[in-house]
Design a protein around this ligand. Sequence first.
Ligand code: ATP
Ligand code: MG
Length: 267
Amino acid sequence: MPKTHKLEPGRPFRLNDIPTSGKQHHPDRESAEAEFRTLRSEFVELQRRFYADGERKLLIVLQAMDAGGKDGTIRKITRGVNPQGVRVTPFKAPSKEALAHDFLWRIHKAVPGKGMIGIFNRSHYEDVLVVRVHEIAPEAVWRPRYAQINQFEKLLTDTGTTILKFYLHISKEEQKERFQARLDDPTKHWKFSVDDLRKRKYWDDYMAAYEEMLRQCSTDWAPWYVIPADQKWYRNLAISRVIAQTLRDLNPQYPEPGNDLTGIVVE
Ligand code: ATP
Ligand code: MG
């Protein structure tokens, strides 16, 4: 059985001890890419049934440091999927209207309805990450959010949503290389912001914030997966394995027709 990288709730860990390289899990890029393509085809077929079935809801949450690969993951894993059944929501700094509400208000509006797969590019977890590291709100505000998030996710799972949360774990060195690649390639300049460099200076604080949010919010109903993400090919494979297995377990079915269709002839 391949490793799923699921963070078992309650099991002690240190983020620093979890490798960012996937090479020890799968040394061979070519076979990883071949398996990934097979899994993606399976995902396309399962999503077709999931959408037709129209009963279940799947929420995929992606979190990572800048250049951690959230955009690339979404682009790669959803290729070929019926866009009507998938909704990607990026969460940037909250608007004035969002800030006038509780932090989950804008999140709740974006969760998937029946038959839909929702993908969050960043999420409510920013409210215990960037907000904590840069002291956008005091601890008295962000600390209770771990419990609030767990309760919110419990509400979602109790009402029929399956939640998968992936933290794309890259090394500080890998982030440097990806930033440099963005700077060296004019077609990638748009992806780069000087603010990314400012946040990079807080790397250790971010790691501490990530570690605590993973510890506090990997629950039985909505576990976190810590994906070694230095190699994009391993990241894609590991994530698509979890998604495919989750959809297989959900086992969506094409619905029975409302009427008896036997013998009907189209004139
Ligand atoms: P890319 O990785 O491709 O650059 P991005 O998700 O970083 O995409 P940006 O527009 O560069 O998109 O950045 C969005 C910013 O919004 C991030 O720095 C993130 O930390 C910030 N953000 C998201 N949610 C919140 C929040 N609740 N409070 C404050 N800042 C937030
Ligand atoms: Mg950015």
